[in-house]
Design a protein around this ligand. Structure first.
Ligand code: DMJ
Length: 477
């Protein structure tokens, strides 16, 4: 089938499913009017439609603004974040012409840019994306490009603690910034220590341990500063190593620190990191776990005494059932997933933050985030239970109801009113559509068991990495 036909089908599809429903205050209304089944082709045609809109209205820019039909850059100059993030989804879906265009685009990208970039964000999206291109193509110029990019963010780690500064200038290597929490050079724990996975892959492919070692130093710097009861805090000064806040949780700000303690080990076994992961998981279950009114939640606690300081959940922590399931803790994964599905059903999307003790939304926006779909996908793959596939089908139907438009999809500024927001996050290409697609494709097209995903859903084939070589290339003792 050629692309004109794809476009026609996509257009007919949009016309047939565009049926905005105001879900406010009505549980009945959370039932979608869209059919609760879909085929891989539907997601692929949506990916192509959204991709074509990006190339039509925002090509070369970081983000598509789908309502104003324009583009937006994170900084003064574009880093091409949407295409680089989209690459692995384009290849997984067999959109090879589009993927080749991104490969060429990335090859021509000159990272010598006088811009301060957020180290965490560009690591998971750009370095992760470039490594996914290399993993797929084995094009040595792409690897050189990834090395060049990584070498430009490496000066961020040159702090007294080894924890990276919030931002680094790609041209000069100057560092800057804090994230608004306290004064000085402060980062959250995820920004401090979400590097083992990408830096490990780069060390493997470049045969240069320096990247993994820098990432490991930052991770150890967080772990070694845990409290007496074994919990890290959520914000830290990268120069003094002092915690600037004493909360501890699974939510945005700490989420991917935990995710990478676990996942990096699945590609590159490192007993020291594995021990830290097992220790941390025990503390998560001991202190964050909060069975409240018959449901499994994970609360915010004080890092020093473990007491609950806030009963809240952010949509980002919906990644955790996936980690629990992959780790083999199906009992907790399934209980946790049920809670997320319950929250989804209240609104027909997840609000950014919800206070479960008060049954109240704290932040009502929702930006087409992938985590709940990711967890249902892992659980469906691992348990084979069709209820998880049905959840994913419901999430897709609901997302179409609230967020589809004539260009692509859009975020919402309030899940109670579904007020439109003119933004399409780069992870919608990298993650959200990928998980919807993978949930329904045959195993012979993509076998879940063969891959480990980075936190931005870039899949890396396990068989590409040999444990013995990894020890040498990453410098693992
Ligand atoms: C993604 O950019 C990554 O998954 C990150 O770790 C946190 N969540 C966003 C999408 O919600």
């Amino acid at each position: 089938m050629n692309f004109k036909n794809y476009s026609l089908i996509a257009l007919l599809f949009i016309i047939s499913c565009k049926n905005p429903v105001n879900k406010q205050n009505s549980l009945e209304n959370t039932k979608s009017n869209n059919p609760l089944t879909y085929e891989p082709f539907e997601i692929k045609s949506q990916m192509l439609r959204c991709w074509n809109s990006y190339t039509d209205y925002a090509w070369g820019m970081d983000v598509l603004l789908p309502l104003s039909k324009s583009g937006f850059n994170w900084y003064n100059e574009s880093l091409g974040i949407s295409p680089i993030d989209a690459y692995s989804t384009l290849t997984v879906m067999g959109l090879d012409g589009e993927a080749k265009r991104v490969e060429n685009y990335a090859l021509n990208m000159d990272w010598d840019k006088d811009v301060f970039v957020q180290v965490f964000e560009v690591n998971i999206r750009i370095l992760g994306g470039l490594l996914a291109i290399y993993d797929n193509t084995k094009n040595p110029e792409i690897l050189n490009n990834a090395i060049d990019f990584a070498d430009r963010i490496l000066p961020a780690f040159d702090s007294p603690t080894g924890i990276p500064y919030h931002s680094v200038n790609l041209k000069t290597g100057a560092t800057s910034g804090n994230n608004g929490e306290g004064s000085g050079n402060v980062v959250n724990t995820a920004q401090a220590a979400t590097y083992l996975f990408e830096f490990g892959i780069l060390s493997y492919y470049s045969k240069n341990p320096k990247y993994y070692q820098v990432a490991k130093k930052a991770t150890l710097a967080i772990f070694e500063r845990k409290s007496k009861i074994g919990l890290p805090g959520d914000f830290i000064n990268v120069e003094s190593g002092e915690w600037t806040n004493d909360w501890s949780y699974l939510q945005a700000g700490m989420d991917s620190y935990y995710e990478y303690l676990f996942k990096s080990n699945l590609l590159f076994p490192d007993s020291e990191i594995n021990d830290i992961w097992n220790y941390s998981l025990e503390k998560i279950n001991q202190y964050y776990s909060d069975e409240y009114e018959g449901k499994q939640f994970y609360a915010c606690v004080n890092m020093h005494n473990g007491e609950i300081v806030k009963r809240s959940m952010s949509l980002y922590d919906a990644f955790f059932p996936a980690v629990q399931a992959l780790h083999g803790d199906l009992a907790n994964a399934e209980k946790n997933m049920a809670t997320w599905d319950w929250l989804w059903d209240k609104y027909g999307l997840l609000p950014t933050r919800y206070l479960y003790e008060q049954d109240k939304i704290e932040y009502a926006n929702s930006e087409l985030n992938p985590e709940i779909i990711e967890s249902a996908y892992y659980l469906h793959q691992i348990t084979g239970n069709n209820k998880y596939l049905e959840m994913i089908q419901k999430y897709w139907a609901d997302m179409k109801d609230c967020c589809i438009n004539d260009t692509a999809f859009h975020a919402v500024s309030d899940v109670r009113t579904m007020k439109e927001k003119d933004y399409l996050a780069t992870y919608f290409y990298a993650e959200t559509l990928k998980y919807f697609y993978l949930a329904v494709v045959d195993d012979h097209i993509f076998n879940f068991n063969d891959y480990i995903f980075n936190t931005e859903a870039h899949p890396f084939r396990k068989s590409n990495f040999n444990n013995e070589k990894a020890k040498t290339y990453l410098g693992i003792n």
